[in-house]
Design a binder for this molecule. Structure first.
Ligand SMILES: Cc1cc2nc3c(=O)[nH]c(=O)nc-3n(C[C@H](O)[C@H](O)[C@H](O)COP(=O)(O)OP(=O)(O)OC[C@H]3O[C@@H](n4cnc5c(N)ncnc54)[C@H](O)[C@@H]3O)c2cc1C
Length: 435
């Protein structure tokens, strides 16, 4: 039996582990924390499961949908229309369809026209990657003017990258807009698993164990030893395990401390910078908005950039009638809120929520949770397109995949797709003779 050691039990680690164990590989999955699922982990509250960070999938996520079917989760797939909007001076304005532009008050008439021109220009672009030498700010300002940037896209970029919003790449921006253009005449459909993604994690874990795979929690990896361009063993918790293949889904800047890569490759991986996220998750006895799933907050909030009302996508009846909303933000590594007591973070975010939506008061709160993580996605900064690594590393039996080589957006579907690519390489090609 060929031995595979996998680092990280997020969706990529669990999926590759499941696939390879099914093919009779001897799999050891090493996870440094005491929970499975990585960024897709869930809370268990009042008898139901809810993701710590908001999660949905898209109609184009075919490989993920296929995986749900393969695992017997087909009847749990829900696709519902999601209403997205912008909160501006006490009102929420939808902006999904071109017709929404007519009543969109955050922009002046000239601004709407300039936005229309920008969208048309994006549609005509044949190779968005060429724009990677510009920041989104530079390119949007050039094409649509400062006004449109300041009054619309700055808000969106800030909600996605926090204080790093000015670094975002124009190539990433265009590809991201294209990714979100799959709307029909009624809007955009988003997918979710009735009962939560925790079911996916649980089934993958169980199937891995059934196929004699091994999961080691609280595994602190110390070293991946290399001899002659081939990884030979992995050392964790000061134990050694031999390996024929290594798959790593952990942040590249951590991996480069464990293995000796060629210097130029190491420098490239170390340039992939992660950003932390804070999500305050609140269970309420009433709705925040009547119908909006996703609300971008224009200038009115200084803590969270988006409010994601989960139960406007998925019925609250599935959560004992509780209305569930995420107050989502991306922050700097040095942010005090990453270390502050949970109560304090909740208080700050909730204050902003009640300022924006005064019908919500503390009396409406059934429960709250504060989720924080340092490594929740890349800062897709200028030049990023040429940094994103392939799944094959220069060490011939070491593969990498996960949110750091998901472009233009990290997602569960993309990790499954990258995991599939790695598994196919291992199954079909085996170890490339030389690189
Ligand atoms: C706020 C937020 C919202 C999101 N929304 C969506 C969404 O709506 N739709 C969507 O599809 N995706 C969404 N995502 C992204 C999605 O969750 C991720 O892209 C996906 O889960 C990444 O899975 P992964 O296995 O590649 O990485 P991860 O989930 O990051 O897994 C990596 C694992 O490695 C472990 N690890 C780290 N260091 C070590 C080490 N030294 N040794 C061993 N283990 C280690 C970590 O603990 C973790 O379990 C969201 C993410 C966040 C944070």
């Amino acid at each position: 039996m060929k031995k595979v050691v996998i680092l990280g039990a997020g969706i990529l680690g669990l999926y590759t582990a499941y696939r390879l164990a099914k093919e009779n590989y001897d799999v050891t999955l090493l996870e440094k924390s005491d929970f499975l699922g990585g960024a897709l982990r869930s809370y268990h509250i009042d008898g139901y499961d809810i993701e710590q960070f908001y999660h949905h999938f898209f109609t184009i996520d075919n490989e993920l949908v296929e995986l749900f079917k393969e695992l017997g989760l087909e009847d749990k797939i829900l696709f519902n229309y999601a209403t997205n909007g912008f909160y501006h001076k006490g009102r929420i304005y939808p902006l999904l369809m071109p017709s929404d532009l007519i009543g969109f008050r955050p922009l002046s008439l000239t601004g709407k026209f300039q936005l229309g021109l920008l969208m048309a220009r994006i549609k005509l672009l044949k190779n968005p990657k060429e724009l990677d030498r510009y920041t989104a700010k530079e390119w949007i300002t050039k094409v649509a003017g400062k006004y449109v940037y300041e009054n619309l896209f700055k808000v969106l970029l800030r909600s996605k990258f926090g204080e790093n919003h000015e670094k975002a790449s124009a190539a990433w921006f265009v590809e991201r807009i294209n990714l979100r253009s799959h709307v029909d005449k009624n809007g955009e459909k988003l997918g979710y698993l009735k009962g939560g993604f925790s079911q996916l994690i649980e089934i993958l874990k169980n199937k891995l164990i059934q196929n004699k795979g091994e999961i080691i929690m609280k595994a602190s990896v110390n070293e991946i030893a290399v001899k002659g361009n081939k990884a030979i063993y992995v050392k964790y918790n000061n134990k050694k395990t031999d390996c024929d293949y290594v798959i790593s889904s952990i942040p590249p800047f951590i991996l480069t401390n464990l293995i000796k890569f060629p210097e130029r490759y190491e420098i490239r991986l170390n340039q992939l910078e992660y950003q932390p996220a804070i999500c305050v998750l609140i269970g309420l006895d009433r709705k925040v908005t009547e119908k909006f799933y996703w609300v971008n907050i224009m200038k009115d909030s200084n803590s969270f950039g988006a409010m994601v009302e989960h139960t406007n996508l998925i019925p609250a009846e599935l959560y004992n009638g509780t209305n569930i909303a995420y107050l989502a933000s991306y922050v700097e590594k040095s942010s005090r809120l990453m270390r502050a007591p949970e109560e304090e973070v909740f208080k700050r975010y909730f204050q902003d929520l009640t300022r924006l939506f005064p019908h919500i008061t503390l009396k409406n709160v059934k429960w709250f949770r504060v989720s924080r993580d340092f490594n929740t996605g890349l800062i897709y900064k200028k030049g990023i397109a040429s940094l994103i690594p392939e799944v094959q590393t220069p060490i011939r039996n070491v593969f990498i995949g996960g949110m750091f080589n998901s472009y233009p957006e990290r997602s569960v579907a993309k990790s499954v797709q990258l995991g599939g690519e790695i598994v196919e390489k291992i199954l079909n090609i085996g170890i490339p003779p030389s690189l």
